[in-house]
Design a protein around this ligand. Structure first.
Ligand code: NZQ
Ligand code: ZN
Length: 393
């Protein structure tokens, strides 16, 4: 196992009715900005529950954070933060809203890169130049879409002019998160699928690398993968989709997939995500749907490098015991694709109307964004990314 530090201070309130807990979590003297997306929270009663819980607080709102939140929209929030002296953020929504609130929180206290000749200290540098975020407004989250793990991690992804870039800082980790599985009942099938597949691939990015004998991390990961394989399709099936137990298991799996626990002390890949971000940035494809296209290709192209873990994945996650090693790996990759198909997400570039002519642009963007040494060993060069995208055709 590798050395690691692990600290996850996000206080989780899990269960039906738990939105009420925000009244205790946020100090009464705080000036709160509630940030949300396109309005789904107004249709499913979440907004009402939040306003009830904040009845004794002083609060304002900022809406319109779009899926794959943009720099432009997020910077607009700075006006109300200044004019109303906001000192606490509450994100109410999916990963985009939580990520967006993190950027807003960091931008509000951003002092620039310290260069005195830099007249404009643009918070975009947090992403473009990876300027460290050392302070941010405190924030909490009410999660409405289980997928990203953003509700209890320090990551955020923001888009500007087709450039979709991540940043990470412990300063933007939510202080608390409310996970009420009943609020996910209003999700469309598309968003349910996206969430399950995104969480599944977060686990894979931290598991399918090379072995460092991290037995706890491996077995936690395998359990989470099996939970999503079992419960994901149930959330799409008319007979079981409204079962709160199904929703609860998916919701907790998605949080556990990316709250730092399973990734501590083990190598991590993230090449599928970095290539996927370019697909979203360039062509607007939903985050999870980029991943379901790229991951099977990564498994095939990196089969030799990931041999040992692919075999473990085949044996422990898919319980494949027959055939030689190559046949077992082949079967596990096929079953992964079949799972994605069952979850109704694309597994090829052609499924989203992209072809070989589109690969040059994606490679160009990867280069522009410095994504030239991806993977757990930093050996996925641009040539190998091209091979992966070609494999995904
Ligand atoms: O905007 P509203 O009206 O709320 O509608 C949203 C949005 O249209 C809707 N929705 C959310 N909860 C709902 C609901 N509709 C009905 N009922 C509910 N309960 O769903 C749509 C998609 O929401 P979005 O927040 O974009 O989805 P998701 O949670 O999948 O977040 C995706 C974003 O997170 C980033 C992605 O890159 C993408 O920008 N990621 C963040 C990560 C992190 N912070 O650790 C890691 C991930 O790998 C990912 O990159
Ligand atoms: Zn993801």
């Amino acid at each position: 196992m590798l050395n690691f530090n692990f600290k996850n201070p996000t206080n989780i309130h899990f269960g039906v009715g738990k939105i009420a807990a925000i009244s205790q979590e946020i100090p009464l003297n705080a000036r709160v900005l509630v940030v949300y997306g396109g309005g789904s929270i107004k249709g499913n009663g979440v907004y009402q529950q939040v306003s009830d819980a904040l009845a004794k607080h002083t609060w304002f709102e900022f809406s319109g954070i779009e899926p794959n939140p943009t720099y432009k929209t997020l910077m607009r929030a700075q006006e109300i933060i200044k004019s109303e002296n906001i000192d606490y953020l509450l994100a109410v929504g999916g990963g985009s809203v939580v990520d967006g609130a993190k950027f807003i929180a960091a931008a509000a206290l951003y002092e620039g890169n310290g260069e005195s000749d830099n007249a404009v200290n643009d918070p975009w540098d947090i992403l473009a130049k990876q300027q460290a975020v050392t302070k941010a407004l405190p924030m909490g989250a009410v999660l409405t879409l289980p997928a990203t793990g953003s509700e209890s991690n320090g990551n955020s992804v923001v888009t500007r002019d087709g450039n979709k870039l991540p940043f990470s800082s412990p300063s933007v980790r939510p202080l608390f998160a409310v996970l009420d599985p009943s609020v996910t009942l209003s999700l469309s099938d598309r968003q349910i699928s996206n969430g399950v597949v995104d969480a599944f691939i977060h686990i894979i990015e931290q598991y399918l690398t090379y072995s460092v004998n991290g037995k706890v991390q491996d077995r936690f990961s395998e359990g989470l993968l099996q939970t999503l394989i079992e419960e994901g399709p149930k959330a799409l099936s008319p007979a079981t989709k409204n079962d709160l137990e199904v929703r609860a298991n998916i919701m907790w799996s998605a949080t556990m997939a990316l709250n730092g626990l399973i990734g501590a002390g083990v190598p991590q890949d993230w090449s599928t995500h970095m290539i996927g971000h370019e697909l979203t940035g360039a062509f607007g494809i939903d985050h999870a749907r980029t991943l379901s296209i790229v991951l099977p290709a990564v498994m095939k192209v990196r089969r030799t490098q990931k041999h040992e873990k692919l075999l473990q994945y085949a044996t422990r996650v898919w319980q494949i015991s027959e055939g030689d090693e190559n046949e077992r790996i082949e079967k596990a990759i096929n079953l992964t694709e079949a799972f994605f198909e069952k979850m109704q997400v694309p597994t090829r570039l052609s499924h989203v109307d992209l072809g070989s002519d589109d690969i040059d642009l994606l490679i160009e963007r990867l280069q522009q964004h410095g994504m030239t040494t991806l993977g757990e060993k930093g050996d996925i060069t641009l040539e190998i990314s091209r091979e992966i995208l070609t494999q995904a055709l």
